[in-house]
Design a protein around this ligand. Sequence first.
Ligand SMILES: Nc1nc2c(ncn2[C@@H]2O[C@H](COP(=O)(O)OP(=O)(O)O)[C@@H](O)[C@H]2O)c(=O)[nH]1
Ligand SMILES: [Mg+2]
Length: 324
Amino acid sequence: LTVVPAIEAATALIDRARQGDRRALARALTIVEQGGEAAQAVGRQAARHAGHAHIVGITGAPGAGKSTLTGRLVEQRRLRGDRVAVLAIDPSSPFSGGAILGDRVRMQAHATDEGAFIRSMATRGHLGGLTLATPQAVRVLDAAGYPWVVVETVGVGQVEVDIAGAADTTVVVVNPGWGDAVQANKAGLLEVADIFVINKADRDGAESTRTDLEQMLAMTAIAEDGWIPPVVMTVSTTGQDVEQLWQAVDEHRAHCARTGVLEDRRRRRVETEMRSIFVRRLEQIAAEGTRENGWQSLVAAVARGALDPYTAVERFVDLLGLQP
Ligand SMILES: Nc1nc2c(ncn2[C@@H]2O[C@H](COP(=O)(O)OP(=O)(O)O)[C@@H](O)[C@H]2O)c(=O)[nH]1
Ligand SMILES: [Mg+2]
């Protein structure tokens, strides 16, 4: 790969992935995960073939049963004959980490199924890695021809909530028990939810959690498009009522297509991504700042007390011609 120009390698890789070569697909995702120029080449090539997948985000607190539920979702959709790809995102765990290993074990049932592709992804700890790599990875899976891409994220931090909110259909998973719905609300998950799942419905308190959720939803303004998030109860360990979740996803998808929300969301999604890319680019410019582009002399001016840092940055923005 290193001897072939990046763009040729990327073209070959995406072509092979599109022909069903799983190793090529895995390799493309690894490149995307590592970032840099090769990742951009892969993403560029994938973009030429993407735009057909429906992206389902599954988010919620750690331990809510997202991975178990995702495994069941794959199982159910496979029964209908559809191909499904899963991207399990964990911002903290590296590939060998316990959480990921657990996910792998739970999702292993699909490892030999050609119609299912499951991949865990973690960042290498660099800032913004997740926000940049995730849409590219989704794009690659989309280009590979998976009509359904399920993205599992831990909905705790802002970045994770942003990623979840970037799906076509966002599913927020909570558990029975006092306060779980309230926690989800605090984490900002109520606003991004298109569908709520009360997983572990085999436990006590599922009904009262549903009441909590519905009360909180009643106090939230109804979305402009008129969609009211349904509440589905599941037992992922047995697969109970997981089919109802797919039904809700299908309904949401149809609603979005009918109302034009799907297009809006896709537009918002690329806008969010582009904003992240832009911020990253500015970071690069600042980090590589040389005397030539004026950054270093501004730094020197602030250091000797001739300028305050805010004024200096404003001047730099002017220098770059970025002022709106
Ligand atoms: N009782 C019960 N346990 C469940 C259910 N779904 C998942 N679990 C268990 O909850 C734990 C966490 O599940 P996991 O899928 O890893 O959660 P994640 O961290 O949200 O991905 C595991 O021990 C699962 O077996 C369920 O519906 N009922
Ligand atoms: Mg998980």
